[in-house]
Design a protein around this ligand. Structure first.
Ligand SMILES: *Cc1c(COP(=O)(O)O)cnc(C)c1O
Length: 407
Protein backbone atom coordinates (compact mmCIF):
# COMPACT_ATOMS: atom_id res chain seq x y z
CA UNK A 1 0.00 0.00 0.00
CA UNK A 2 1.33 3.45 -0.91
CA UNK A 3 0.87 6.17 1.70
CA UNK A 4 1.79 9.85 1.58
CA UNK A 5 5.05 10.74 3.35
CA UNK A 6 4.58 12.32 6.80
CA UNK A 7 4.43 16.12 7.00
CA UNK A 8 7.88 17.79 6.89
CA UNK A 9 9.27 19.54 9.96
CA UNK A 10 10.15 23.25 9.83
CA UNK A 11 13.83 22.40 9.42
CA UNK A 12 13.13 20.07 6.48
CA UNK A 13 10.85 22.64 4.79
CA UNK A 14 13.43 25.36 5.37
CA UNK A 15 16.10 23.42 3.49
CA UNK A 16 13.62 22.68 0.69
CA UNK A 17 12.72 26.36 0.32
CA UNK A 18 16.38 27.28 0.06
CA UNK A 19 17.01 24.55 -2.53
CA UNK A 20 13.98 25.63 -4.53
CA UNK A 21 15.44 29.14 -4.74
CA UNK A 22 18.66 27.68 -6.20
CA UNK A 23 16.64 25.63 -8.68
CA UNK A 24 14.71 28.73 -9.74
CA UNK A 25 18.03 30.42 -10.49
CA UNK A 26 18.95 27.45 -12.72
CA UNK A 27 15.60 27.75 -14.51
CA UNK A 28 16.21 31.46 -15.10
CA UNK A 29 19.51 30.58 -16.80
CA UNK A 30 17.89 27.90 -18.97
CA UNK A 31 19.93 25.23 -17.18
CA UNK A 32 17.15 23.32 -15.46
CA UNK A 33 16.86 19.93 -17.14
CA UNK A 34 14.43 17.13 -16.33
CA UNK A 35 15.97 13.66 -16.46
CA UNK A 36 15.21 11.84 -19.69
CA UNK A 37 13.95 8.43 -18.68
CA UNK A 38 14.70 5.59 -21.10
CA UNK A 39 12.26 2.73 -21.42
CA UNK A 40 14.72 0.54 -23.31
CA UNK A 41 18.39 -0.47 -23.23
CA UNK A 42 20.87 1.99 -24.71
CA UNK A 43 21.05 1.38 -28.44
CA UNK A 44 21.03 3.25 -31.76
CA UNK A 45 17.38 3.90 -30.95
CA UNK A 46 15.77 4.28 -27.53
CA UNK A 47 12.23 4.78 -26.30
CA UNK A 48 11.54 7.86 -24.14
CA UNK A 49 8.01 8.82 -23.12
CA UNK A 50 6.65 6.05 -25.34
CA UNK A 51 8.36 7.49 -28.45
CA UNK A 52 11.08 5.72 -30.42
CA UNK A 53 14.01 8.11 -30.99
CA UNK A 54 17.34 7.97 -32.77
CA UNK A 55 19.87 8.07 -29.93
CA UNK A 56 22.81 10.46 -30.33
CA UNK A 57 23.43 10.85 -26.58
CA UNK A 58 25.15 7.60 -25.71
CA UNK A 59 28.78 6.79 -24.88
CA UNK A 60 28.07 3.22 -25.90
CA UNK A 61 30.31 3.68 -28.96
CA UNK A 62 30.43 0.06 -30.08
CA UNK A 63 27.06 -1.19 -28.85
CA UNK A 64 28.81 -3.56 -26.46
CA UNK A 65 26.23 -3.07 -23.68
CA UNK A 66 23.91 -5.43 -25.58
CA UNK A 67 26.56 -7.55 -27.33
CA UNK A 68 25.61 -11.25 -26.94
CA UNK A 69 29.05 -12.17 -25.58
CA UNK A 70 28.76 -9.63 -22.76
CA UNK A 71 25.21 -10.66 -21.90
CA UNK A 72 26.16 -14.31 -21.83
CA UNK A 73 29.21 -13.61 -19.64
CA UNK A 74 27.15 -11.52 -17.22
CA UNK A 75 24.42 -14.13 -16.90
CA UNK A 76 26.85 -16.97 -16.28
CA UNK A 77 28.80 -14.86 -13.77
CA UNK A 78 25.73 -13.94 -11.71
CA UNK A 79 25.15 -17.61 -11.10
CA UNK A 80 28.77 -18.23 -10.15
CA UNK A 81 29.65 -15.04 -8.22
CA UNK A 82 26.29 -13.78 -6.93
CA UNK A 83 24.53 -10.46 -7.40
CA UNK A 84 26.97 -8.44 -5.27
CA UNK A 85 30.56 -8.76 -4.07
CA UNK A 86 29.77 -8.21 -0.39
CA UNK A 87 32.83 -6.17 0.62
CA UNK A 88 35.49 -3.67 -0.37
CA UNK A 89 38.41 -5.02 -2.38
CA UNK A 90 40.86 -4.81 0.54
CA UNK A 91 38.72 -6.86 2.93
CA UNK A 92 36.82 -9.68 1.20
CA UNK A 93 35.65 -8.09 -2.06
CA UNK A 94 38.40 -9.33 -4.38
CA UNK A 95 37.30 -12.35 -6.38
CA UNK A 96 39.51 -14.08 -8.90
CA UNK A 97 37.36 -12.65 -11.71
CA UNK A 98 38.40 -9.10 -10.63
CA UNK A 99 42.06 -10.03 -10.90
CA UNK A 100 41.52 -11.84 -14.18
CA UNK A 101 40.03 -8.63 -15.63
CA UNK A 102 43.04 -6.66 -14.36
CA UNK A 103 45.49 -9.06 -16.01
CA UNK A 104 43.52 -8.79 -19.26
CA UNK A 105 43.46 -4.98 -19.13
CA UNK A 106 47.21 -4.78 -18.44
CA UNK A 107 47.95 -7.09 -21.38
CA UNK A 108 45.55 -5.15 -23.62
CA UNK A 109 47.08 -1.79 -22.67
CA UNK A 110 50.62 -3.24 -22.75
CA UNK A 111 51.47 -2.24 -19.20
CA UNK A 112 52.91 -4.23 -16.31
CA UNK A 113 49.72 -4.09 -14.24
CA UNK A 114 46.22 -2.66 -13.98
CA UNK A 115 43.78 -1.94 -11.16
CA UNK A 116 40.02 -1.50 -11.54
CA UNK A 117 37.78 0.92 -9.64
CA UNK A 118 34.00 1.31 -9.39
CA UNK A 119 33.93 3.98 -12.11
CA UNK A 120 36.11 6.27 -14.19
CA UNK A 121 35.21 9.04 -11.77
CA UNK A 122 36.48 7.14 -8.75
CA UNK A 123 39.69 6.05 -10.46
CA UNK A 124 40.61 9.69 -11.10
CA UNK A 125 39.69 10.75 -7.59
CA UNK A 126 41.52 7.74 -6.15
CA UNK A 127 44.68 8.07 -8.20
CA UNK A 128 45.14 11.82 -7.89
CA UNK A 129 44.00 11.91 -4.28
CA UNK A 130 46.51 9.26 -3.23
CA UNK A 131 49.49 10.07 -5.39
CA UNK A 132 50.02 13.77 -4.76
CA UNK A 133 50.80 15.44 -1.47
CA UNK A 134 52.04 18.75 -0.19
CA UNK A 135 55.28 19.52 -2.01
CA UNK A 136 54.02 17.96 -5.26
CA UNK A 137 52.55 19.73 -8.26
CA UNK A 138 49.94 18.83 -10.84
CA UNK A 139 50.00 20.50 -14.25
CA UNK A 140 46.53 20.26 -15.79
CA UNK A 141 44.72 21.19 -19.02
CA UNK A 142 42.03 23.79 -18.33
CA UNK A 143 39.33 21.65 -19.95
CA UNK A 144 40.11 18.40 -18.15
CA UNK A 145 37.15 16.32 -17.02
CA UNK A 146 35.37 17.15 -13.75
CA UNK A 147 36.61 13.93 -12.15
CA UNK A 148 40.21 15.09 -12.66
CA UNK A 149 39.40 18.48 -11.19
CA UNK A 150 37.75 16.82 -8.19
CA UNK A 151 40.72 14.48 -7.75
CA UNK A 152 43.09 17.45 -7.70
CA UNK A 153 40.89 19.19 -5.14
CA UNK A 154 41.43 16.28 -2.77
CA UNK A 155 45.20 16.72 -2.73
CA UNK A 156 47.37 19.25 -0.96
CA UNK A 157 49.50 19.51 -4.08
CA UNK A 158 49.90 22.79 -5.92
CA UNK A 159 48.12 23.08 -9.24
CA UNK A 160 49.20 24.91 -12.38
CA UNK A 161 46.69 25.06 -15.22
CA UNK A 162 47.63 25.42 -18.88
CA UNK A 163 45.46 26.58 -21.77
CA UNK A 164 43.52 23.85 -23.51
CA UNK A 165 45.82 21.64 -25.70
CA UNK A 166 48.36 24.50 -25.82
CA UNK A 167 51.79 22.82 -25.79
CA UNK A 168 53.72 26.07 -25.30
CA UNK A 169 51.59 27.00 -22.33
CA UNK A 170 52.04 23.48 -20.93
CA UNK A 171 55.80 23.94 -21.29
CA UNK A 172 55.54 27.25 -19.40
CA UNK A 173 53.61 25.50 -16.62
CA UNK A 174 56.12 22.62 -16.48
CA UNK A 175 59.08 25.02 -16.30
CA UNK A 176 57.39 26.96 -13.54
CA UNK A 177 56.89 23.71 -11.65
CA UNK A 178 60.51 22.64 -12.16
CA UNK A 179 61.84 25.97 -10.86
CA UNK A 180 59.85 25.59 -7.67
CA UNK A 181 61.57 22.26 -6.96
CA UNK A 182 58.57 20.03 -6.32
CA UNK A 183 59.03 16.39 -5.33
CA UNK A 184 56.62 14.96 -7.92
CA UNK A 185 55.33 16.77 -10.99
CA UNK A 186 52.40 15.12 -12.77
CA UNK A 187 50.97 16.43 -16.03
CA UNK A 188 47.34 15.37 -16.41
CA UNK A 189 45.24 15.45 -19.55
CA UNK A 190 42.15 13.88 -21.08
CA UNK A 191 43.22 11.78 -24.08
CA UNK A 192 40.06 12.73 -25.98
CA UNK A 193 38.21 15.69 -24.49
CA UNK A 194 34.71 14.66 -23.58
CA UNK A 195 32.83 17.78 -24.65
CA UNK A 196 34.83 18.90 -27.71
CA UNK A 197 36.03 15.59 -29.13
CA UNK A 198 39.53 16.90 -29.78
CA UNK A 199 42.64 14.83 -29.04
CA UNK A 200 45.41 15.86 -26.63
CA UNK A 201 48.75 16.57 -28.37
CA UNK A 202 50.36 13.74 -26.43
CA UNK A 203 53.69 13.33 -28.26
CA UNK A 204 54.59 16.99 -27.68
CA UNK A 205 53.30 16.93 -24.10
CA UNK A 206 55.37 13.80 -23.36
CA UNK A 207 58.48 15.45 -24.77
CA UNK A 208 57.98 18.62 -22.71
CA UNK A 209 57.18 16.65 -19.56
CA UNK A 210 60.21 14.37 -19.95
CA UNK A 211 62.43 17.45 -20.33
CA UNK A 212 61.61 18.50 -16.76
CA UNK A 213 61.34 15.01 -15.26
CA UNK A 214 57.54 15.14 -14.96
CA UNK A 215 55.27 12.10 -15.26
CA UNK A 216 52.10 11.94 -17.35
CA UNK A 217 48.59 10.76 -16.58
CA UNK A 218 46.19 10.35 -19.52
CA UNK A 219 42.47 9.87 -19.04
CA UNK A 220 41.34 7.82 -22.03
CA UNK A 221 37.66 7.53 -21.08
CA UNK A 222 36.59 8.58 -24.58
CA UNK A 223 39.56 7.05 -26.41
CA UNK A 224 39.27 3.47 -25.13
CA UNK A 225 37.56 1.39 -27.79
CA UNK A 226 37.78 4.32 -30.19
CA UNK A 227 41.43 5.23 -30.92
CA UNK A 228 44.58 3.11 -31.34
CA UNK A 229 44.89 -0.49 -32.52
CA UNK A 230 41.78 -2.45 -31.41
CA UNK A 231 40.77 0.64 -29.40
CA UNK A 232 43.80 0.62 -27.09
CA UNK A 233 43.57 4.39 -26.68
CA UNK A 234 45.72 7.46 -27.27
CA UNK A 235 48.97 6.01 -25.89
CA UNK A 236 48.78 3.34 -28.58
CA UNK A 237 47.44 5.77 -31.21
CA UNK A 238 50.59 7.88 -30.81
CA UNK A 239 53.00 4.98 -30.20
CA UNK A 240 53.88 6.16 -26.68
CA UNK A 241 53.89 2.84 -24.84
CA UNK A 242 56.22 2.93 -21.85
CA UNK A 243 56.22 6.73 -21.66
CA UNK A 244 52.86 7.35 -19.96
CA UNK A 245 53.01 6.63 -16.22
CA UNK A 246 49.26 6.40 -15.64
CA UNK A 247 46.83 5.23 -18.34
CA UNK A 248 43.30 5.81 -17.06
CA UNK A 249 40.37 4.17 -18.80
CA UNK A 250 36.69 3.69 -18.23
CA UNK A 251 34.70 0.50 -18.61
CA UNK A 252 31.46 2.51 -18.75
CA UNK A 253 31.63 3.92 -22.28
CA UNK A 254 32.86 1.96 -25.33
CA UNK A 255 33.37 -1.14 -23.17
CA UNK A 256 29.66 -1.07 -22.47
CA UNK A 257 29.57 -1.97 -18.77
CA UNK A 258 30.64 0.17 -15.78
CA UNK A 259 33.90 0.84 -13.99
CA UNK A 260 37.28 2.49 -14.35
CA UNK A 261 40.87 1.33 -14.35
CA UNK A 262 44.42 2.48 -14.33
CA UNK A 263 46.96 0.61 -16.44
CA UNK A 264 50.43 1.32 -15.10
CA UNK A 265 53.40 -0.26 -13.31
CA UNK A 266 53.22 -2.84 -10.54
CA UNK A 267 54.43 -0.14 -8.12
CA UNK A 268 51.50 2.09 -9.03
CA UNK A 269 49.09 -0.80 -8.54
CA UNK A 270 50.52 -1.69 -5.13
CA UNK A 271 50.47 1.95 -4.05
CA UNK A 272 46.82 2.37 -5.01
CA UNK A 273 45.76 -0.84 -3.27
CA UNK A 274 47.14 0.64 -0.05
CA UNK A 275 46.24 4.31 -0.47
CA UNK A 276 43.42 5.02 -2.93
CA UNK A 277 40.39 5.87 -0.83
CA UNK A 278 37.61 4.75 -3.23
CA UNK A 279 39.43 1.41 -3.51
CA UNK A 280 39.71 1.09 0.27
CA UNK A 281 36.33 2.42 1.34
CA UNK A 282 33.75 1.54 -1.32
CA UNK A 283 32.64 -1.95 -2.29
CA UNK A 284 33.88 -3.70 -5.40
CA UNK A 285 31.94 -4.54 -8.52
CA UNK A 286 29.76 -7.61 -8.65
CA UNK A 287 31.68 -10.41 -10.35
CA UNK A 288 29.22 -10.20 -13.26
CA UNK A 289 30.50 -6.70 -14.03
CA UNK A 290 34.09 -7.92 -14.15
CA UNK A 291 33.08 -10.91 -16.28
CA UNK A 292 31.21 -8.67 -18.77
CA UNK A 293 34.27 -6.42 -18.97
CA UNK A 294 36.49 -9.41 -19.78
CA UNK A 295 34.06 -10.29 -22.59
CA UNK A 296 34.27 -6.67 -23.79
CA UNK A 297 38.08 -6.92 -24.01
CA UNK A 298 37.62 -10.17 -25.99
CA UNK A 299 35.35 -8.32 -28.42
CA UNK A 300 37.83 -5.44 -28.86
CA UNK A 301 40.57 -7.95 -29.61
CA UNK A 302 38.49 -10.13 -31.94
CA UNK A 303 36.01 -7.79 -33.66
CA UNK A 304 37.94 -4.67 -34.73
CA UNK A 305 35.41 -4.23 -37.55
CA UNK A 306 33.11 -2.61 -34.95
CA UNK A 307 35.65 0.20 -34.54
CA UNK A 308 35.92 0.60 -38.32
CA UNK A 309 32.15 0.97 -38.52
CA UNK A 310 32.21 3.57 -35.72
CA UNK A 311 34.66 5.67 -37.72
CA UNK A 312 32.74 5.27 -40.98
CA UNK A 313 29.60 6.49 -39.24
CA UNK A 314 31.52 9.33 -37.62
CA UNK A 315 32.84 10.57 -40.97
CA UNK A 316 29.39 10.35 -42.57
CA UNK A 317 27.64 12.24 -39.77
CA UNK A 318 30.25 14.99 -39.38
CA UNK A 319 30.26 15.57 -43.13
CA UNK A 320 26.46 15.84 -43.09
CA UNK A 321 26.43 18.38 -40.24
CA UNK A 322 29.14 20.43 -41.94
CA UNK A 323 27.20 20.45 -45.21
CA UNK A 324 24.15 21.70 -43.32
CA UNK A 325 26.24 24.64 -42.11
CA UNK A 326 26.45 23.84 -38.40
CA UNK A 327 29.48 24.86 -36.36
CA UNK A 328 30.87 21.53 -35.13
CA UNK A 329 33.90 22.91 -33.30
CA UNK A 330 37.27 21.18 -33.39
CA UNK A 331 36.27 17.55 -32.95
CA UNK A 332 38.46 14.79 -34.39
CA UNK A 333 36.52 11.88 -32.91
CA UNK A 334 32.95 10.51 -32.75
CA UNK A 335 32.06 13.19 -30.15
CA UNK A 336 30.63 15.98 -32.30
CA UNK A 337 29.33 19.13 -30.63
CA UNK A 338 26.91 21.42 -32.44
CA UNK A 339 27.82 24.79 -31.01
CA UNK A 340 24.89 26.99 -29.97
CA UNK A 341 26.25 29.89 -27.87
CA UNK A 342 24.11 30.40 -24.78
CA UNK A 343 22.41 27.55 -22.93
CA UNK A 344 18.80 28.38 -23.90
CA UNK A 345 19.68 28.00 -27.61
CA UNK A 346 21.24 24.60 -26.99
CA UNK A 347 18.26 23.44 -24.96
CA UNK A 348 15.88 24.75 -27.66
CA UNK A 349 17.73 22.86 -30.38
CA UNK A 350 17.75 19.70 -28.25
CA UNK A 351 14.00 20.04 -27.65
CA UNK A 352 13.34 20.68 -31.37
CA UNK A 353 15.34 17.56 -32.24
CA UNK A 354 13.38 15.53 -29.70
CA UNK A 355 10.13 16.62 -31.36
CA UNK A 356 11.60 15.42 -34.66
CA UNK A 357 12.58 11.99 -33.31
CA UNK A 358 16.22 12.57 -32.31
CA UNK A 359 17.63 12.32 -28.79
CA UNK A 360 20.67 14.63 -28.51
CA UNK A 361 21.25 16.37 -25.19
CA UNK A 362 21.83 20.08 -24.80
CA UNK A 363 24.82 20.80 -22.56
CA UNK A 364 25.53 24.04 -20.75
CA UNK A 365 27.50 25.44 -17.80
CA UNK A 366 29.10 24.01 -15.66
CA UNK A 367 29.77 21.04 -17.95
CA UNK A 368 31.07 23.45 -20.62
CA UNK A 369 32.13 27.12 -20.26
CA UNK A 370 29.41 29.79 -20.37
CA UNK A 371 28.70 30.98 -23.91
CA UNK A 372 29.80 27.61 -25.34
CA UNK A 373 26.60 25.67 -24.83
CA UNK A 374 26.05 22.94 -27.36
CA UNK A 375 24.08 19.96 -28.45
CA UNK A 376 26.51 17.09 -28.10
CA UNK A 377 26.19 14.18 -30.47
CA UNK A 378 27.91 10.82 -30.50
CA UNK A 379 27.29 8.34 -33.26
CA UNK A 380 27.95 4.68 -32.62
CA UNK A 381 29.02 1.66 -34.64
CA UNK A 382 25.47 0.33 -34.45
CA UNK A 383 23.67 3.23 -36.18
CA UNK A 384 22.54 2.42 -39.70
CA UNK A 385 23.14 4.84 -42.57
CA UNK A 386 19.37 5.36 -42.73
CA UNK A 387 19.25 6.35 -39.05
CA UNK A 388 22.10 8.83 -39.50
CA UNK A 389 20.49 10.36 -42.57
CA UNK A 390 17.18 10.69 -40.72
CA UNK A 391 19.01 12.38 -37.83
CA UNK A 392 20.66 14.82 -40.25
CA UNK A 393 17.27 15.63 -41.72
CA UNK A 394 15.99 16.41 -38.22
CA UNK A 395 18.99 18.68 -37.65
CA UNK A 396 18.30 20.48 -40.93
CA UNK A 397 14.68 21.03 -39.99
CA UNK A 398 15.31 21.94 -36.33
CA UNK A 399 18.17 24.25 -37.32
CA UNK A 400 15.90 26.04 -39.79
CA UNK A 401 13.25 26.40 -37.12
CA UNK A 402 15.68 27.76 -34.54
CA UNK A 403 17.95 29.71 -36.95
CA UNK A 404 20.99 28.06 -35.40
CA UNK A 405 23.13 27.61 -38.44
CA UNK A 406 25.99 30.04 -38.52
CA UNK A 407 27.20 29.98 -42.09
C1 LIG B 1 33.08 9.86 -18.52
C2 LIG B 1 34.41 10.28 -18.08
C3 LIG B 1 34.90 9.87 -16.83
C4 LIG B 1 34.04 9.11 -15.86
O1 LIG B 1 33.89 7.79 -16.22
P1 LIG B 1 32.73 6.93 -15.52
O2 LIG B 1 33.19 5.54 -15.73
O3 LIG B 1 31.47 7.27 -16.21
O4 LIG B 1 32.71 7.32 -14.08
C5 LIG B 1 36.19 10.21 -16.49
N1 LIG B 1 36.96 10.94 -17.32
C6 LIG B 1 36.52 11.37 -18.52
C7 LIG B 1 37.43 12.16 -19.40
C8 LIG B 1 35.23 11.04 -18.93
O5 LIG B 1 34.80 11.48 -20.11
Amino acid sequence: MITDPPAASAAVSGLDASLRADLDALRAEGLYRPLRVLETAQGPEVVIGGRRLINLSSNNYLGLNTHPRLLQAATAAITRWGAGSGAVRTIAGTQSVHEELERRLAAFKRTEAALTFQSGYTVNVGVLGSMLEEGDCVVSDRLNHASIIDGIRLTRADRILYDHIDVDDAERALNEARQKGYRRILLVTDGVFSMDGDIAPLPALVERAEAVGASIMVDDAHASGVLGSNGRGTTDHFGLHGRIALNIGTLSKALGVVGGYVAASQAVRDHLIHKARPFLFSSSHPGSVAASCIAAVDVLEQEPELIERLWENTRRFKQGLRELGFDIGTSETPITPVMCGEAPSAMALSDALLERGVFAQGIGFPTVPRGQARVRTIVTATHTAAQLDAALEAFADAGRAGDLRRR
